[in-house]
Design a protein around this ligand. Sequence first.
Ligand code: EPU
Length: 455
Amino acid sequence: MSSTPSPKPFSWEYRPTALAKEAFHITGGRPLSGSVRVSGAKNAALKMMAASVLTGERLHLENVPEILDIEVLRDTLRDLGVTVEREADGSMDLTAGDVEWLFVPLEAAAKMRASFMLLGPLLARFGRVIISNPGGDRIGRRPVNLHVDAMRALGAEIDYRDGYYFAKSNGRLKGATITFPQITVMGTENAILAAVLAKGTTVITPAAQEPEVDDLITLLNAMGAQVARTKPDRIEIQGVDALHGATHRIMPDRIEAGTFAAAAAVVGGTINVDGVEPTHMKAFIDLLSELGVDHAIEADPVDATRKSLRVTGLPPGGAYRATNIRTQPFPGLATDLQPSAGLMLTRAAGTSTIEETIFEDRLEWLVGLRGFGAQVEIVDPRTARVTGPTTFVAAEAEIPDLRAGATLMLAALAAPGASRIHGAHHVRRGYANIEEKFRGLGAELTHVSEEGVAG
Ligand code: EPU
């Protein structure tokens, strides 16, 4: 193995690579108005960057969001020997000519779980990889057992020692039937990324139906792979000997789109969320209708392939209709939109229920929401009741994770007076230029550095 190559200089102006601690100072209580364009989807872009190691040829990705998670994976790929260059127009070139360092360290995995997406493609192209378990030795939360089982089904030998998976295959991986005991998005994607170069046919069932999976499939097919969704929850792959370079434009971020739509509903005012694909957001748009939030799907002002979602929120004092929400795999309501959806419920008259069926640790953010005046009862780790309508008050809160963080920002924007939100760096992981975008809608917010570097 060669030593780690020195990273190439990076061309963006801003963006700290280390997760420097930051806080948002937000003065809320005034309606938002204007247009905001959503960025490329984080959860599509990361998998496509991982797909770059499947070929020695150049991959050109357009519409790559300017977020910290992308930087983390960029650095990990560079450490492996992949050339990654960012263009001023938001595109990224990746060339994985000589990958000799088949090792993904704990440092990368600890920063971002999606670094585990390198397991399948590295194994498929190079026949071996040592990769850190993103959960360390912790058992329970967000395990990767389904990814590992999928690789074993394809013929890989995988040992687990000291927090690392040592994976190898004798010759090419072999096509197989992979039956997941439950739906997994990244598990499905890792299995696809391994099976595209395997010998023979692979069938994945039940396969995740998230649009990001299909966007990845479109890219892989442009690289010469043969992947087809033969039924909504069944994906079939004919392995090929080699893949080649390709160009692909990344789909819009449906979670960011939902967050801005919720901003209008909760804070008040009218926001045009431009560059969206409504078919990716049906469950969320249906929820707007159920709540009675005024919205319309209109033509995008500049992009004929996309739409604009216009949302007008009620002024303070007005109330929506209470309803119950339940997160589910696509096409159900995305768990990543559970905080945004849950926040909208606080503005409904009466009691609404939130049921989180995907993750067991995703209702904790509601504790922070209480500080802003919301009436929340956490019934059990997966169920909460929200009683509204809430009159928001300014507060101080700590962001526990990415999606909840963006939502607490919305609560602060709805609350008259000055709020402070600590842990802003979490939001930068997944929302491109969020401060600039909110300011463009008339929000008053700044960020301040806080001591230390986030762990
Ligand atoms: N699970 C296992 N074993 C596994 C994999 C998953 O038990 O090996 C469990 C999980 O613990 C969870 C369920 O299966 O209870 C479903 O998890 P899934 O594998 O679908 O989630 P993921 O692929 O790890 C992606 C997104 C998440 C998003 C979920 C669900 C990326 C990088 N992450 O995670 O996005 O919440 O799908 O849609 O694509 C985010 O962007 O903020 C985020 C967390």
